[in-house]
Write a protein that binds this ligand. Structure first.
Ligand code: PNS
Length: 159
């Protein structure tokens, strides 16, 4: 059985992430979406909120599991008996960042393989941070994130 881990901060999940999850779920038997717990970085949404957004957005895909993790990705991969990490690439900046992470993960665990998937062309401008900035200044984010995220973003920003 092929299991792949799709890790990230997902603060919050965007339509770009969902596109990668859907396409990965067609390739691998199981896709584990892993939300990083970074104690040094306070996100806009709590880990529970991020997980719920992802679960709400991908509930119709049977072979996707959503978890949180605290630690090294290579250790999480061992826990799930896999060596496959999925990353989405939008542009050359993503490539440079991911290449370093891929080599670091390889350094930590020789058998780890990072599988990069090109983002859909209509998604390459979407990032969690850009979405938060647009929402903060009253812009429309409805085409960029799932509706559960858009609703909650408006409430968070109003408060
Ligand atoms: O969505 P992001 O913030 O780009 O995701 C980054 C993430 C979570 C994939 C990365 O920070 C990560 O793998 N963190 C786990 C800690 C780890 O394994 N670090 C070593 C590789 S550099």
């Amino acid at each position: 059985m092929s299991v792949a881990i799709y890790p990230g901060s997902f603060d919050p999940i965007t339509n770009g992430h969902i596109d990668i999850i859907k396409r990965s779920a067609k390739i691998f038997d199981e896709v584990i979406v892993a939300v990083l717990i970074n104690v040094d970085k306070k996100g806009l949404f709590s880990i529970e909120e991020r997980i719920n957004f992802i679960k709400d957005s991908v509930y119709e895909i049977n072979n996707v599991k959503v978890i949180s993790f605290n630690g090294l990705l290579v250790d999480l991969a061992k826990e799930y008996n896999t060596n496959i990490i999925i990353k989405g690439l939008r542009n050359a900046t993503d490539f440079e960042y991911e290449m370093n992470m891929a080599y670091m993960n390889k350094e930590l665990s020789e058998e780890i393989e990072t599988v990069c998937m090109m983002s859909a062309p209509e998604m390459i401008h979407i990032s969690s941070s850009a979405v938060k900035q647009v929402a903060k200044f009253g812009g429309n984010v409805r085409n960029l994130v799932p509706s559960c995220v858009a609703d909650k973003l408006l409430i968070k920003i109003k408060n």
